[in-house]
Design a protein around this ligand. Structure first.
Ligand code: ASP
Length: 458
């Protein structure tokens, strides 16, 4: 059997090509930055006419299908679960898991940043120069923060007034709510009436998954282009003064994966974390290069269903919710950044305030959009709560892209772990159902049907 994303079926395996693209893009980008400088005419030209467009086309291919994919997969998920009660139970379980795992990651981040105290070693002169350099960018983020506070309005807004507008604005929560209602209603009407609609949505879903296949064939080049864009323009000189902070964030993200997520996978899901990692690699690389959980959703759904064998009605239901609500990496990053900036500005927090930071990091991570920098406006909101000027975000903006790539990867890792957890606890899936995938665990076979494989629906 060879059902996989990451296996192009001929020659070098697709996931190997994607990793190669990542590596080549990064190495060439860093070399260009170091040898020529990010604003050298040749580097600018390559970014404008080659790397940039290729990366953008890949990203747009993914974003193009997010809305139909979320609508079809959630509706079919609810219809597949059979009734609203069951969908409510699965949804409730998923959301409880999102909260618990996000609280776990935020707490880990807080413990590490409180122990290492990277903010205390930042030279005040560097602080001032960073504040000035990124002041413009920061003030637009501070303005955005004013309109994106989390409150009762956020909950009311989930009930979309106009699903078409939600689709246009890429408001995933609005679309998810509409799809939930649509799927629930489908289970309540006469079966002979529901049948053609379900058939239509299944076909839509298959078509969209086919387009993910097209996009993934472009992935090696798109990923290389996106990474070249980041590394060639990246101010590596910024890394030095902020090294302690960047290392704390990346180290804590790694620990969350190695300790928390691995323990959940091994003990609660019953699957080897290494096997899990191998099966979801294509989604992780996509998350890393796009910095967007929403943009990674098509790939994440494909790996969950094809490489892990998770039933579509669970994956199609939990993953879209997770891609906007379950952000382990973002909460951890937010917690660390708030404490880091408090240390930089000499704001001392009590234990009680630390707990408030943790709670706010979890709530805002759940409210953040799964797009590049989606959490920054909300983060600015938390900073002001603790007396750190919102403009203080300027200090970390210069290195945010690298942190965004890393936290988004952990967000997607967390979403897929959540999906496996829910599928296992519902008794619909277990590790023995992970299909053997040629090209992922063994050599690629010439008889491989290529990508995408036919969808299996229950
Ligand atoms: N880029 C992140 C994501 O899409 C959100 C964020 O933390 O800014 O998951």
């Amino acid at each position: 059997m060879s059902e996989s994303i990451g296996n192009s079926g001929k020659g070098t395996k697709l996931h190997t090509k994607i990793l190669l693209g990542l590596l080549i893009g990064a190495v060439v980008g860093i070399a260009a930055n170091q040898l020529l400088g990010g604003d050298h005419a040749a580097v600018v030209w390559v970014n404008k006419y080659l790397a940039g467009p290729v990366g953008q086309i890949f990203l747009r291919m993914l974003f193009m299908i997010v809305i139909p994919l979320v609508f079809a997969s959630i509706t079919l998920g609810v219809a597949g679960l059979g009734d609203l009660g069951k969908a409510g139970r699965v949804g409730g379980k998923a959301i409880a898991y999102f909260f618990a795992s996000t609280a776990l990651s935020a707490t880990l981040g807080l413990i590490i940043v409180a122990a290492v105290r990277p903010g205390e070693s930042l030279d005040p002169a560097i602080r001032e120069s960073l504040l000035q350099q990124y002041a413009g960018d920061a003030s637009s983020r501070v303005e955005a923060a004013a309109t994106s506070t989390f409150g009762i309005g956020t909950i009311v807004n989930i009930v979309t007034r106009n699903p078409v507008k939600s689709a246009v604005d890429l408001d995933l929560l609005g679309i998810i709510f509409f799809a939930l209602m649509f799927g629930a209603a489908l289970t309540q009407i006469r079966a002979d009436r529901a049948k053609p609609m379900i058939g239509f949505l299944e076909a839509l879903n298959d078509v969209v998954i086919k387009i993910v296949g097209f996009a993934m064939r472009l992935a090696p080049y798109g990923v290389a282009g996106l990474i070249f864009g980041v590394t060639s323009a990246f101010g590596f000189h910024l890394l030095k003064p902020l090294a302690a902070y960047v290392l704390v964030v990346i180290g804590a993200l790694l620990l969350h994966v190695l300790i928390n997520l691995s323990a959940i996978l091994r003990f609660l899901v019953g699957i080897s974390p290494m096997l899990f990692f191998k099966r979801i690699r294509s989604a992780l690389v996509t998350a890393f290069s796009t910095s967007s959980s929403s943009g990674t959703l098509p790939t994440a759904l494909a790996v969950a269903e094809q490489n892990l064998g998770i039933p579509p009605q669970i994956a199609g239901f939990v993953l879209p919710l997770g891609s906007t609500m379950c952000m382990n990496g973002t909460a951890l990053f937010e917690g660390i950044t708030v404490i880091f900036l408090c240390q930089v500005f000499g704001v001392d927090l009590t234990m009680g305030q630390m707990v408030v930071v943790m709670i706010m990091a979890v709530i805002t991570a759940i409210g953040a959009a799964g797009v590049p920098g989606g959490s920054i406006p909300l983060l600015v909101g938390i900073l002001t709560m603790f007396g750190v000027p919102g403009e203080g975000i300027a200090i970390v903006l210069g290195v945010d892209r690298i942190l965004d790539m890393s936290r988004t990867t952990v967000n997607v890792w967390g979403d897929l772990t959540a999906t496996a957890f829910v599928a296992k606890s519902e008794g619909l899936w277990n590790a023995s159902m992970v299909p053997a995938v040629e090209g992922l665990d063994r050599g690629a076979s010439d008889e491989s049907p290529g990508w995408p494989p036919p969808m299996q629906r229950p």
